[in-house]
Design a protein around this ligand. Structure first.
Ligand SMILES: *[C@@H]1O[C@H](CO)[C@@H](O)[C@H](O)[C@H]1NC(C)=O
Ligand SMILES: *[C@@H]1O[C@H](CO)[C@@H](O)[C@H](O)[C@H]1NC(C)=O
Ligand SMILES: *[C@@H]1O[C@H](CO)[C@@H](O)[C@H](O)[C@H]1NC(C)=O
Ligand SMILES: CC(=O)N[C@H]1CO[C@H](CO)[C@@H](O)[C@@H]1O
Ligand SMILES: [Ca+2]
Ligand SMILES: [Ca+2]
Length: 466
């Protein structure tokens, strides 16, 4: 829907002679947030058939592939990043048959399809979680369970096992009365974290990769990979140690940023799992004669990030380069941009391929962050979403109708502007799931295709010569 990822600085040209094992080195991948891209049946929610209809358009822009944000069965408490079943399609997005048709059509056009892999957590409605909560044999340790600690001030009462705070505010621990224990959730209460110290979890997740690779996808982008592990209480006298304060004065004690995350992210074991997944993809690269790509998402230091590339003995993932996201804004000059490019190139190991990320569904749109003339594709800016219309759990959890917008990711997830008709041509139904941004009459694809010197025609000139 918005993000364009350019692998290597030399944009195209090389692709002409690239073989099927080299394609990824020069690829442009277009991220689609399925819910907001194109609604084909009028229910106000974007879907797979909508995406399929737009593939010829995407092909004409010159992109090499698409990355779909999660399309799996989910109660949508975090809009698909809370998965009930990794091997089923969410009915509101379509059926497995729709997905296979989308894949077939993409292949025909020469577009690769990359799926989102969300390994850190499932939905609390997943069969695995329900079994684990019941302590069914084989599933007891699928998630991170722990007893509470006795409240020193109120004997008989229990407190969460540690002071860890979720990325969406408040405790990372939720009490489950059925099991009589707390479970860990780095994000929403409905997103329990899987336990990667369970060999069965590891095997199941490799099975998920194989399932989609067998269907013919070209790879994955891995969600919050650096959060797979939290410290093992075995190494801390049987307890989960509290995290120290970060000293960030813009936060309150319920905020994730109030603490310094030395026990809940970037642990060494994470890298082994990343390298293991690369091995699974290598099998399929051989089998299908097409390089299978694995990109990983981690908001962490450059040094931690580049470790995902692998080391002398093992091949790793392509870690998203978020330096542009963090360091470039409206005021940045060409010199700032060069410094940012140099930073990645300085740290990146030899013989690896660079990548450049400018946005995603968690960030304010590029045109809003860096100025309208630097926006992507058609230069869409963030929409306005009132408190009443707010859907993002990260914003809802603030319980603050005044300041919720500081946390909300809804403004950058409003529907795509196809044309100037009602709801910007996104849906033919009565209302889209999020309101369309006010400026769709001026900023939309159809208007820009008709205007020679439009944002769109300036943005894609290189690709359009192919
Ligand atoms: C899942 O969590 C939500 C809170 O996010 C809760 O309302 C719901 O009852 C839970 N469902 C199950 C099956 O545990
Ligand atoms: C490479 O990484 C793996 C996994 O973290 C580790 O076990 C191994 O020792 C590392 N090898 C080298 C040469 O650094
Ligand atoms: C850009 O510069 C202006 C003027 O110095 C300043 O007020 C503004 O905060 C800066 N914006 C960003 C995003 O740094
Ligand atoms: C950029 C991205 O994919 N962010 C996701 C990270 O993971 C959380 C929880 O799964 C999601 O809420 C974000 O959208
Ligand atoms: Ca729909
Ligand atoms: Ca985790």
């Amino acid at each position: 829907m918005k993000l364009i990822l350019v692998l290597t600085v030399t944009i195209k040209l090389a692709i002409v002679s690239a073989t099927d094992t080299e394609w990824w080195k020069t690829a442009l991948i277009y991220q689609i947030y399925p819910r907001s891209f194109k609604d084909s049946d009028g229910d106000g929610i974007g879907d797979l058939t909508g995406i399929k209809e737009k593939l010829p358009y995407l092909k004409s822009t010159g992109v090499d592939g698409i990355w779909l944000s999660p399309i799996y069965l989910s109660p949508m408490r975090d809009f698909g990043y809370d998965i009930t079943d990794y091997k089923q399609i969410a009915p509101e997005y379509g059926t497995m048959k729709d997905f296979q048709e989308l894949l077939k059509e993409a292949r025909k056009l020469g577009l690769r399809v990359i799926l989102d892999f969300v390994p850190n957590h499932t939905s609390n409605e997943s069969d695995w979680f329900i079994r684990s909560a019941r302590r069914e044999p084989g599933y007891e340790d699928f998630y991170v369970w722990a007893d509470g600690i006795v409240d020193p001030e109120r004997p008989g009462e229990v407190l969460p096992p540690s002071n860890w705070m979720s990325h969406f505010r408040k405790s990372m621990w939720e009490y489950h009365p059925g099991r009589g224990q707390y479970y860990l959730h780095q994000f929403a209460i409905g997103q329990p974290d899987l336990n990667y110290r369970s060999q069965r979890v590891q095997a199941e997740m490799k099975g998920v990769l194989r399932f989609w690779l067998d269907l013919g996808v070209s790879g994955f982008r891995v969600d919050v990979i650096n959060l797979l592990y939290e410290v093992d209480p075995k190494n801390y006298g049987g307890v989960f140690p509290d995290e120290p304060l970060s000293g960030n004065s813009d936060t309150d004690p319920d905020d994730h940023d109030h603490y310094h995350h030395i026990y809940t992210q970037d642990l060494d074991e994470t890298y082994e799992v990343a390298y293991d997944w690369r091995e699974v993809l290598n099998e399929y690269t051989e089998k299908h004669g097409e390089y299978k790509m694995i990109l990983s998402e981690a908001y962490t230091s450059v040094l931690n990030t580049i470790r995902f590339y692998g080391n002398e003995s093992r091949d790793g993932t392509i870690p998203f380069n978020f330096i542009f996201l963090g360091e470039i804004n409206k005021n940045s000059t060409a010199r700032d941009i060069k410094t940012t490019v140099d930073k990645w190139m300085t740290y990146m190991p030899h013989n690896k391929v660079a990548n450049w990320v400018n946005g995603n569904h968690d960030q304010s749109r590029l045109a809003s962050r860096q100025g309208p003339e630097r926006g992507e594709e058609i230069g869409m800016t963030d929409g306005h979403v009132s408190w009443e219309d707010t859907k993002d759990p990260q914003a809802c959890n603030t319980d603050d109708p005044i300041n919720y917008w500081k946390k909300s990711r809804d403004p950058n997830r409003t529907p795509y502007h196809w044309d100037s008709s009602v709801f910007a041509g996104f849906t033919c139904g009565v209302a889209p799931w999020l309101p369309v941004a006010d400026n769709y009459k001026e900023i939309n694809l159809q208007a820009q295709l008709r205007t020679r010197r439009s944002h769109f025609n300036e943005y894609w000139p290189i690709q359009k010569t192919f």
